[in-house]
Design a protein around this ligand. Structure first.
Ligand SMILES: NC(=O)c1ccc[n+]([C@@H]2O[C@H](COP(=O)([O-])OP(=O)(O)OC[C@H]3O[C@@H](n4cnc5c(N)ncnc54)[C@H](O)[C@@H]3O)[C@@H](O)[C@H]2O)c1
Length: 249
């Protein structure tokens, strides 16, 4: 498969879960991939497994200086970043609004919302200078409606903000051929989901879904790869829901 041949992608939160699967698929599709994450051990291990077209850079998405270092390191290795997947996320506990302390609220927003802003701000000048690029912001189906089992108000609010920030930035940079779209996963079986729910709860949730099962991360990666590719050349400011029909009910 060569739909991403010639692309240099930076994928955040790529040490595990969906980010790791995006990295795997992007490389299968011909891209060079800069994997970034807080978890250096897992990130390094995955990058060496994926081979010469993968490169791991330690990164904290909520820190602007860390963004500058990641983009510089990625650029020196593979050339200018042409695709950014803002995937890193932090759910926090499943709790009521009235029980969420301010420190937790701010930590979740710093990763899930501020991290996406910092990422777009950091890569766009290079994309504009190089004739364009594609940014995929990973939001959530929870950005559209409250879904039972959604962790908390900070997570829902930050994911809704990502949906709005995607559209604002898409409009601003459409004339420069920088496309910005959001992806809204529903129930995807990853370490994040397994940290929030035990096995019986995971089965219970599956039975509430129209499609009666959780998604494999690759079912989201296929959509992310499409948005990264030139096949999506006329798509910007769009949102794609990948939720097994949950929001359609
Ligand atoms: N799993 C789901 O059902 C689901 C549903 C909707 C949306 N999402 C979103 O999809 C994305 C990926 O989720 P996942 O389920 O694969 O999560 P995960 O917890 O399995 O993996 C997230 C990765 O992000 C990294 N990370 C966390 N904070 C970071 C930071 N500050 N800087 C850099 N990296 C950081 C973690 O180390 C981890 O490797 C997230 O944005 C999440 O909110 C997940």
């Amino acid at each position: 498969m060569s739909r991403l041949q010639g692309k240099v992608a930076l994928i955040t939160g790529a040490a595990m879960g969906m980010g790791a699967e995006h990295a795997r698929l992007f490389i299968e599709c011909g891209a060079k991939v800069v994997l970034t994450d807080l978890d250096e051990e897992k990130g390094e291990a995955l990058a060496s497994e994926l081979g010469e077209n993968a490169w791991f850079v330690p990164h904290n998405v909520s820190d602007p200086d860390s963004w500058d270092r990641a983009i510089k390191a990625g650029g020196e290795k593979f050339g200018p970043v042409t695709v950014l997947v803002n995937n890193a996320g932090l759910s926090g506990p499943v709790t009521y609004t009235t029980d969420l302390d301010l420190g937790s609220f701010n930590r979740i927003v710093a990763v899930d919302q501020t991290g996406v802003f910092l990422g777009m701000r950091a890569v766009i000048p290079g994309m504009v200078a190089n004739g364009g690029g594609s940014i995929i912001n990973v939001s959530s189906a929870a950005a559209m409606a409250h879904l039972p089992g959604t962790p908390n108000v900070a997570y829902t609010g930050a994911k809704a903000a990502v949906r709005g920030m995607t559209k604002a930035t898409a409009i601003e940079f459409a004339p420069h051929n920088v496309r910005v779209n959001s992806v809204h996963p529903g129930a995807i079986l990853t370490p994040m989901a397994k940290a929030l729910l035990d096995d019986s709860m995971i089965e219970e949730v599956a039975q509430t879904l129209p499609i009666r099962r959780w998604a494999d991360p690759r079912e989201v990666s296929q959509v992310v790869a499409f948005l990264a590719s030139d096949e999506a050349s006329y798509m910007t400011g769009s949102e794609i829901v990948v939720d097994g029909g949950r929001l359609a009910e």
